[in-house]
Design a protein around this ligand. Structure first.
Ligand code: SF4
Ligand code: SF4
Length: 142
């Protein structure tokens, strides 16, 4: 069994189409949706764990690309550079999983990496660029 976590971005025109269901139906792949949502410019995003044979995986990814979907490996993790963070709270407004949240009554922003789905929405939202994307191999297994 081959398995990978992928980050998908769907163009506005494709958001309503059952593209991911087609992966299961026509490419014999299993999928587990780790995170999904709509970005401010109405693009869709999804973090998806896809499992199947290597051949089916490759065919499925090709299908996604043919539909105009941006496909990237989620071979990265998010870290907070605590020396840069000013606890302004801007990132908590965009974090869809609650990984970034305000601790009360201290009003400090906490980062729970276990809840992070690596959607990267916090990276551009952070004024001092304290949220950083770093490479990791831990999301890959065969
Ligand atoms: S990448 Fe940032 S916004 Fe996305 S889940 Fe992780 S902490 Fe939250
Ligand atoms: S947006 Fe950046 S500086 Fe503000 S609380 Fe989040 S990580 Fe810290």
């Amino acid at each position: 069994m081959y398995s990978k976590i992928l980050k998908l971005r769907f163009p506005v025109t494709e958001v309503q189409k059952p593209i991911v269901c087609t992966l299961a139906r026509e490419y014999d792949l299993f999928f587990n949706i780790l995170n999904a949502g709509i970005l401010p410019r109405k693009e869709g995003f999804m973090v998806l764990e896809i499992s199947g044979s290597r051949k089916d995986f490759k065919a499925g990814v090709n299908y996604l690309k043919e539909q105009g979907v941006d496909v990237q490996n989620a071979s990265s993790e998010i870290k907070r550079n605590t020396s840069k963070c000013t606890h302004c709270g801007a990132c908590t407004a965009v974090c869809p999983t609650g990984a970034l949240h305000v601790k009360r009554p201290e009003m400090e922003v906490e980062f729970d990496q276990q809840k992070c789905s690596v959607c990267e929405l916090c990276v551009p939202a952070c004024p001092p660029r304290a949220m950083e994307v770093r490479p990791t191999n831990q999301l890959f297994f065969e």
